[in-house]
Design a protein around this ligand. Structure first.
Ligand SMILES: Cc1ncc(C[n+]2csc(CCOP(=O)(O)OP(=O)(O)O)c2C)c(N)n1
Ligand code: SF4
Length: 312
């Protein structure tokens, strides 16, 4: 059986299929928000009809990076900040896979920030989950790009002098075609948002608020949260770029004023993905590149010549 024949098989999927035999119990600290991401992901994957062997999870470094050990699927625990380029390659080579990249706010908005902007700009078809606990968790609580101004830590003992990064706004201006925020304390919404993000064709960015009770004592537990789609106080069209931008700005300000706004902030179902754009200009074959490695008769040399001929 090839690795591809399982893809597309119709059957009932149980979320427990995603629990690994080797490390079934996560070792995150009690009360950590990361448990909420794992739970929501295990619930959402069967909703989108994906089995473990149709799923590829790529993680960065951090407490969040451990997600890979706790989800039974294909996986790649990469180096710090580099989950997105690996995830992009996997999706381009084997588009039938459900590709998810995940990591912390330090990983994705700090050291990997360049990849974040360009993966959004190019609209690669994948789901990107950022565990946003507003600090570096694994390395014991240093200030991160999303730490609020004035936040005290060992690296900023007098309080951070910097304005925090605006993850939703950055995602929108970079070009993401689906942008949402959810919170570990809101499991139903988290499952729904992850399901939508995986069903979306294009780059779906989910800023996932995950409390770190061990190192970020200042952080609230992200309660009470407000779902902007459910509340009468907010009226905006998430398919309208300008209205979405305004709502995101308000949401990012509100977080540090004690108001946790969550929901879908931007959705563009029409924008072609990177793969579709490359196919349109004749730079990517319809047949998945990964399948060629399983076809001993494939004439590599000839395809290279054909490519050169086409671009003379
Ligand atoms: C290139 C590199 N620089 C620094 C580190 C040390 N390091 C490991 S995890 C981490 C930050 C983790 O914070 P975050 O990405 O927010 O994830 P969290 O642990 O909060 O989930 C750092 C700086 C590293 N592993 N590699
Ligand atoms: S240090 Fe913080 S982020 Fe890491 S496992 Fe513990 S609570 Fe979670």
């Amino acid at each position: 059986m090839s690795a591809f024949s399982a893809i597309g098989e119709e059957r009932e999927i149980d979320r427990e299929e995603f629990t690994p035999g080797l490390e079934p119990q996560p070792t995150w600290c009690p009360g950590c928000g990361d448990f909420g991401v794992l739970k929501a992901l295990k619930q959402a994957l069967p909703e989108v009809g994906r089995t473990p062997d149709e799923t590829m999870l790529v993680t960065g470094i951090g407490c969040s990076g451990k997600l890979n050990s706790y989800l039974d699927s294909y996986g790649f625990h990469t180096i710090h900040g580099r989950s997105l380029p690996v995830a992009r390659a996997a999706k381009l080579a084997n588009p039938g896979l459900e590709v998810i990249a995940a990591g912390g706010d330090g990983d994705g908005y700090g050291i990997g920030g360049n990849h974040f902007m360009h993966t959004a700009r190019e609209n690669h078809d994948m789901t990107y989950i950022v565990f946003n606990n507003e600090i570096f968790g694994l390395t014991k609580g240093q200030t991160s790009p999303t730490s609020p101004k004035g936040h005290k830590s060992k690296t900023q003992p007098h309080g951070s002098a910097k304005e925090p990064l605006r993850p939703l706004s950055l995602s929108l201006t970079s070009g993401a075609s689906y942008v949402a925020r959810t919170a570990a304390v809101n499991p139903n919404q988290a499952k729904e948002i992850l399901t939508e993000a995986m069903n979306h064709d294009g780059f779906a960015h989910v800023d996932f608020l995950t409390q770190c009770p061990t190192w970020n004592k200042d952080a609230r537990q992200y309660v009470p949260y407000i779902d902007v789609q459910d509340s009468d106080d907010y009226d905006f069209d998430p398919t309208d770029r300008r209205e979405a931008a305004e709502m995101m700005h308000e949401t990012e300000d509100a977080l540090h004023e004690g108001k946790v706004l969550t929901g879908r902030f931007y959705v563009d179902e029409d924008r072609p993905s990177y793969q579709q754009e490359k196919q349109r200009i004749g730079e990517m074959p319809d047949e998945p590149l990964a399948e060629r490695y399983f076809d001993g008769d494939y004439e590599w040399e000839r395809s290279y010549d054909m490519f050169l001929d086409k671009h003379k």
